[in-house]
Ligand binder design. Sequence first.
Ligand code: SF4
Length: 654
Amino acid sequence: MSGESRFNDLEPLLERVSKPIQYVGGELNSTVKDWHVGGHGPGGEDLTARWALMYPDAYEVGVPNQGVMILYEVLNERPDTLAERTYAVWPDMEALLREHHLPQLTVDGHRSIRDFDVFGLSFSTELGYTNMLTALDLAGIPLHAADRTDADPIVVMGGHASFNPEPVADFVDAVIVGDGEEAVLATTEHLLAWKREGRPGGRTELLRRLARTGGVYVPAFYDVTYHADGRIAAVTPNDPAAPARVSKHTVMDLDAWPYPKKPLVPLAESVHERMSVEIFRGCTRGCRFCQAGMITRPVRERSITGIGEMIERGLQATGFEEVGLLSLSSADHTEIADLTRGLADRYEGTNTGLSLPSTRVDAFNIDLANELTRNGRRSGLTFAPEGGSERIRKVINKMVTADDLVKTVAAAYGAGWRQVKLYFMCGLPTETDEDVLEIAELAKRVIETGREVSGRKDIRCTVSIGGFVPKAHTPFQWAAQLSAEETDARLLKLREAIRADRRYGSSIGFRYHDGKPGIVEGLLSRGDRRVGRVIEAVWRAGGRFDGWSEHFSYERWMECAADAFAALPPEAAGVDVAWFTTRERGEDEVLPWDHIDSGLDRDWLWDDWQDALSEVEVEDCRWTPCFECGVCPQMGTSIEIGPTGKKLLPLTVV
Ligand code: SF4
């Protein structure tokens, strides 16, 4: 474990790859610490905790990722800990690294990943799984947890995908579920205590200590048995340290965690050229398709003063000119109007622009939009009604009427916006062609009203539509996913319906993805341990960057899946891609993620699924009495919202 920089070996390769800047590091606010920053114990014990953090996608997507950025800073603030970052290398760099026998390196100290104590990966989406295997392989870390030795780092997974880690259970040593800030520090404490004691019992003992906390899932400590028809019979701990269910972590006071304090400024072009401040975490709107909303309950707001301080400090530390107010539904912050007005006042006369990356139709008002663009550009507005018909919006619990939408959009056109984007999903449970075709009618009404209120002909509306993928820990976790062929056929009909009417056709843009990537995502989202062999086979067949359409191959996934499932024992003969995706599950079926405790009560989720089928809506518990989803009592948490009555005082006189 040397921790030496391999930059001299890497440097000659840089001129031979695309975007070499993504491998060099040195971004504003990045950190490289001494390898032995924690010093040594009296017996020479190494007392530094070393984390290599990976966002398993390309640099340009990974650098702005808030999760990794926060943990990087939280860990590096500890004087005895160092954290460095790494991202997925492009295939051209992968080939060169292999040719020159160079390992996967961090971008900060250009150190080999294998030299670190912990290799932590944050998965926002399951489509990064093959990139994890590339990184492990390049790093010289055995792909399978079972083959690792004390010389290998502990491979830890986090992020939203960790709420069903079973498809990658063979490849990861430990899984942290939920908010990472406190959890990585607690893990660091365990690591250092174990090192201080002279590493008793090797890596297995360290994993036992982590498992005993009740908040770290160690897949190797659980056995899965199956029924003759392929369904799971039980997931049972095989080690006394392992709890029957593993709990998610919840950070309650966001103001106590004002990270990132000094956001990283990417060297190369990245997907977001702005600083982001998370204004609240969690969402209780109860949209039934939304895994992020369900698994991050309850709502915890950052205070208006806390947000103001983070923005001021972050802008000074970065020089960014745009601030994104992040959350699952930013207009729902109880003090959003005061906040946006206060920020627009504070940065009046500067080029600092504000944006709300996600906006609900019903929480939006045009004053808010005007404040947001007072100092910046007036780009397009995006709304997400998600479902085309009133009926399907009841099924998904997205309580917005067509009239609400048209009224909001009309106000936007009236206030000078020319471009509105509407986001929908296709393939929702109980959906028919008619539900989706109503999207065309809605878009036409939007254009018609827009023309009326603006008195102009040149307004546009873009309909963007994606295939619905049922996710774990949501009421739709039991639902059948629509097949790729049916999704494509339905979308084709919608496109024809939009194009058919010449009065609107050219004013309505239509963007959609075919249903194929959604099926692979569905396989990985609701898969069990048997899907691991498919992931490995796809990776061995060249699968990389599955989130990128130019690299994604549906055929490769289907061929590898057919081979891998054919090798299962004969009783699992019916288990294939369709079995994992388009099959509806029954109430009693053991789901692969049932032993991961998101706090949501399983019976409540089932009842909510039944309510969906009966088109019954559920209110937001922020504004109504608790409807007992289970999260708050189970996790010892509560809803934390304003208004605080505090004002956003200008920190700087502009
Ligand atoms: S337990 Fe009650 S208050 Fe807490 S998130 Fe669930 S419904 Fe809302």
